[in-house]
Design a protein around this ligand. Sequence first.
Ligand code: KG4
Ligand code: ZN
Length: 352
Amino acid sequence: MIILGIESSCDDTAAAVVSQGVDILSSVVSSQLEAHHPFGGVVPEIASREHMAAIAPVVEEALQTAGVAFNEIDAIAATMGPGLIGSLLVGFSFAKACAFALDIPWVGVNHLEGHVNSVFLEPDSPSFPFVALLASGGHTSIYHVVSHTRMELMGQTRDDAAGEAYDKVSAMLGSGYPGGKIIDDLAHAGTPGKVSFPRSYLDKEAFDFSFSGIKTAVNRYIQMETGQMETDEGRLSKQDIAAEFQEAVTEVLVWKLIQAALKKECRQIAVVGGVAANRRLRERVAADAAEHGIQAFLPSPSLCGDNAAMIAATGYYHLLEQDPARRKSGFDADVFSKIPRPPISKKRPKTS
Ligand code: KG4
Ligand code: ZN
């Protein structure tokens, strides 16, 4: 089955052609970075307009690179949410229109499920069940993954996502946007431990995260240094601040992931999402997992960030589960911006 995947949940317009859910025949990602750069973050209105301009050429490029004609596609998969509504609508409506014109099945895909399935686009992939950490710009969650389409949420961030913290710390250091790769590079040249930032474990029995505390600690440290010292002499370098920030975030992410795997008695883990491209995180996951006799799976960096191959792959697994005669999603299907959060308080109401 040849599937055309379309992803437009945030600021990347992406299309990919994937065969049998695993063979990537093409994967095109068109970044909007330049359009948002002057604003230091994604501007939703601009994002929608950029998707409008990019969607047709990106899909055409994906088909051309794959050497597949429009009428050779068997089905279309498009991101349905979560994400920016205006952005999602562009890719989703485009997918519906193509499916209608070609009279082929199409399926709406959950972006987070897409990230988890990105690990199956590599030759070496985990077997079910396994535990996955998804760390991106909008989400940080741990799932017990039972199948390609069934994932139990074990914990998630109560405030900022890990990628969001990277982006904000980069902005605080005046180092630019998007911050993940910038902090990764700065930290690579720095030494952690010259200052100490808090590791927020919250409840050690639970798998929730919080990154607002470390973000505030970094900000406070930068303000204090700037106030106390008139010259740069004696100040910690950006590299050392970035290295300690990264170490603190990585330590908590990896510790919670391993604990979750131990709790579920899973010997296999995966790390997915934009932050999974981080060099220190990849190093640490490999080392700590090995120490516990656990096998770690990470997609290659190009499949960590948003892409449409993971959407096509996820669509494939959903279509396989459906009765072939009833494979067409309704054209009234709609996009969604958020998955409802469970209540923050884990305390049970007292019963008398
Ligand atoms: O998965 P993704 O491309 O989009 C979302 O679904 O959010 O993740 C983007 C996030 C951004 O916050 C970006 O700063 C972060 O992933 N990121 C990184 C790295 N590359 C991207 N964070 C840490 N280290 C990196 N090398
Ligand atoms: Zn994403």
